[in-house]
Design a protein around this ligand. Structure first.
Ligand code: FUC
Length: 736
């Protein structure tokens, strides 16, 4: 209560108390009580493949855990992502005081501390990528204080076996997938013994618990999606981790994590000075009522980066609808890969927010599903190449509506990975063959109109309207695919004949039309309803994440896109708001983008499915569709990137245009960002004051960087040798 009063005072005096510019605060989410609700309150950790949701309970600690390959289904059935199980550590510490639990995004470590009977207890938890295990550590400032039990509970009712210092659960799903979870309990002081299916510890000074879980899934259709039984792999991972000290495990974890996380720093101005004394939920509640808190806005940006690093690392499966975290065997929408916005939005921040490696799982997944999708596509469309239906699992199985342009949209990510990263070997061996196959699908499918224009026949504007020819969403996606393929073949100096053919087809594609109320038509037929507030804004793909429409290159179409966007309104589901942040950023309206960000960062509690409204943020900063859906978290993070830097356009001679602060809102007068990425392999650090650029540092990647820098009406052409940088002032003059 006291804290809230202070906070209200802070609101009144905010203009006086706002501190000078700094990078965003201490990057911690923290709470003064344990979580009781999985979706709203527990906090996520993950190493890409293996994840946990931590409650921080006193009577018992509870970690619900997942492993990304525990899926039902097969090549014909999409399947459902499954809960793996729960780990309980019975402690009997109810009634403790001075309780605090926190998630530190700067180190990816969860901590709990409290006092009871004169003893201070501490816990920490992290999911290590280098060691492949979850580590839980329990310590106290007096010896012999830990007595209790460790229980491992399977989500599919397989029993646990206890032997020595280890708990094991082994089972299989109906599709034959074998799975196992293993827990190793190490005590310092005291005793440990099996007790039925549990491990009991008594009078221990400290306890370390190592957890791993896995299946015999292999991300390869040609191997039948299976590999060896996970038992030996898990045992070896736990044994190897047990040979190291917790200090060693932590150091390796933090170094590995920070190698990714520390690449981008963001400061959007100071928040009221007592911000760190307010719990994250109170802070979010105050923000929802209008308290200015730019450090919370920056924290939420970094949370998206934390969540991507934690749910998508090379070798893992892609982040699904809930990233990695799921406590149900029949989760909403299967907790799957929806390819008509959701999985794509998960990866929007990957390249601009300098986490290019984290996009690798998406590309691997597309690559491995593609033979199955090719067979399904052949049967449905009698066409070469591949595309898929809306709902997708991990064995190539798919369900519900065909999203004909889904593969073109996935190929945008395949292309952007090169556009930002510049790895020609990847483009030649992996990327270009995929783009070409999807072009072939459209070569076989595009239909000439009487006037010679090419249209996509019988398409669907997700998840809205009839199935008919010339749907704008598909027209725009095919334009994007052809454009990316043309650029890829130029970059590789490959296939000039094919390139010319695709270029000719691209130029004949029907372009989106402007309709009777000035809107960008969603369909070839001018039937858009200005009162329609449907959450999907698929026809605005060309503005974002596409590059066919921009106020700088196609002002009339951009104005029409704005008219459509205004008509749809701001109020919607979480991911829909997040998409609109990015769209308003591309329209260069930072204040409107900011309004949507503010709206998305509103504290909500609703958990039941709501289709066109209700989006916001839960106390644990998970995005609410509702229910929890992680795409909104990721879309917010990419939205901030788009407000500060855009690079989707090119000069006529093919230089990427690095557009600095294209949509800076009045709410962020002073700020600084380091490490944002731009197409062409550039990394940028930007500073601004009183709403104006003060400095830009532009670093070229591993190949020489040709670009045009743009700020407002000013432009400057730069040729930066590989590995070097240039510093410009707010007038784009060389600063030294
Ligand atoms: C699409 C959206 C829904 C939801 C689902 C998972 O179908 O239309 O709003 O996000 O994906």
């Amino acid at each position: 209560m006291m804290q809230k009063t202070l906070w209200q005072l802070a609101f009144l005096f905010a203009p006086l108390m706002a501190s000078a510019f700094s990078f965003a605060g201490d990057l911690k989410l923290w709470y003064d009580r344990p979580a009781t609700d999985w979706m709203l309150e527990s906090l996520p950790i993950g190493n890409g493949r293996l994840g946990g949701m931590i409650f921080g309970g006193l009577d018992a600690e509870h970690v619900q855990f997942n492993e990304d390959s525990l899926w039902t289904g097969d090549e014909h059935d999409t399947g459902y992502y499954q809960n793996f199980g729960d780990l309980f550590i019975d402690l009997g510490h109810a009634g403790a005081k001075d309780y605090r639990r926190e998630l530190d995004l700067s180190r990816a470590i969860h901590q709990v501390s409290y006092t009871l009977d004169g003893v201070t207890y501490r816990r920490e938890a992290f999911a290590s990528h280098p060691d492949g295990v979850i580590v839980l550590r329990f310590t106290a400032d007096k010896p012999g204080r830990y007595s209790g039990a460790v229980r491992l509970v399977d989500a599919h009712n397989a029993g646990a076996g206890a032997q020595g210092d280890r708990l094991t659960v082994t089972g299989s799903l109906d599709n034959g997938l074998k799975y196992e979870s293993q827990v190793l309990v190490l005590n310092e002081g005291g005793r440990i013994a099996t007790d039925g299916d549990q491990l009991r510890f008594e009078d221990a000074d400290a306890i370390t618990i190592l957890l791993d879980a896995g299946t015999n899934y292999l991300n390869r259709s040609d191997k039948g999606w299976r590999r060896e039984d996970p038992h030996a792999r898990l045992a070896a991972a736990l044994d190897a981790a047990a040979r190291k000290s917790v200090d060693q495990l932590r150091a390796a974890h933090v170094a590995d994590y920070q190698n990714l996380f520390d690449r981008v720093r963001l400061g959007l101005g100071g928040s009221p000075s007592d911000v760190s004394s307010v719990t994250t939920v109170d802070r979010l509640a105050a923000y929802s009522k209008g308290v200015k808190d730019p450090e919370l806005e920056a924290l939420f940006f970094q949370y998206g980066r934390y969540l991507l690093i934690s749910s998508s690392r090379p070798g893992s499966l892609p982040a699904n609808l809930q990233g990695l975290w799921n406590n149900s065997n029949q989760p909403p929408w299967r907790c799957d890969y929806h390819v008509d916005i959701n999985v794509q939005m998960n990866y929007w921040p990957a390249e601009p927010a300098n986490l290019g490696e984290c996009q690798q799982p998406l590309i691997d997944w597309i690559n491995s599903a593609r033979p199955v999708w090719a067979r399904q596509t052949q049967a449905e469309f009698h066409a070469r190449g591949w595309t898929t239906r809306c709902e997708n699992g991990i064995y190539g199985g798919s369900s519900w509506a065909w999203i004909n342009a889904a593969s073109a949209w996935l190929c945008q990510h395949v292309w952007e990975h090169y556009a930002f990263g510049g790895d020609k070997g990847y483009l030649r061996d992996v990327g270009y063959p995929m783009l070409k196959e999807v072009c072939q699908f459209w070569e076989d499918r595009l239909k000439p109109m009487p006037d010679g224009r090419l249209v996509c026949p019988m398409g669907f504007s997700p998840e809205h309207g009839p199935i008919e020819d010339g749907v704008s969403f598909e027209q725009e996606l095919v334009w994007d695919l052809f454009t990316n393929t043309i650029e890829a073949s130029k970059a590789l100096d490959l296939d000039p004949g094919y390139r010319a053919k695709i270029a000719q087809m691209r130029d004949k594609l029907l372009v989106p039309k402007i309709g009777k109320w000035g809107q960008l038509q969603e369909w070839m037929v001018d039937r858009d309803d200005p009162k329609d507030n449907h959450r999907h804004v698929s026809h605005l793909f060309a503005l974002y994440p596409g590059r066919q429409i921009s106020p700088l290159t196609t002002p009339e179409l951009a104005k029409a896109a704005q008219t459509s966007l205004e008509a749809r309104g701001d109020e919607s589901t979480g991911w829909s708001k997040a998409w609109k942040i990015n769209l308003w950023a591309r329209l260069r309206d930072g204040d409107h983008a900011y309004r949507l960000m503010h709206n998305q960062l509103r504290l909500v509690g609703g958990k039941s499915v709501n289709m066109n409204q209700g989006g916001g943020t839960y106390p644990n900063l998970f995005d609410a569709h509702p229910p929890f859906q992680i795409d909104g978290n990721f879309g917010y993070t990419s939205g901030v990137c788009e407000m500060l830097l855009q690079s989707q356009l090119q000069t006529p001679d093919g230089r990427p245009i690095l557009d600095l602060l294209p949509a800076l809102p009045a709410a962020w007068p002073d700020g600084r960002v380091t490490g944002l990425r731009a197409r062409g392999g550039f990394t940028l650090d930007l500073s601004w004051k009183a709403g104006k650029l003060t400095q830009a540092m532009i670093h070229a990647g591993t190949t020489a960087g040709r670009c045009e820098v743009r700020y407002g009406q000013k432009t400057k052409v730069l040729d930066i040798p590989a590995g070097q940088g240039r510093t410009l002032d707010g007038m784009l003059a060389a600063a030294r």
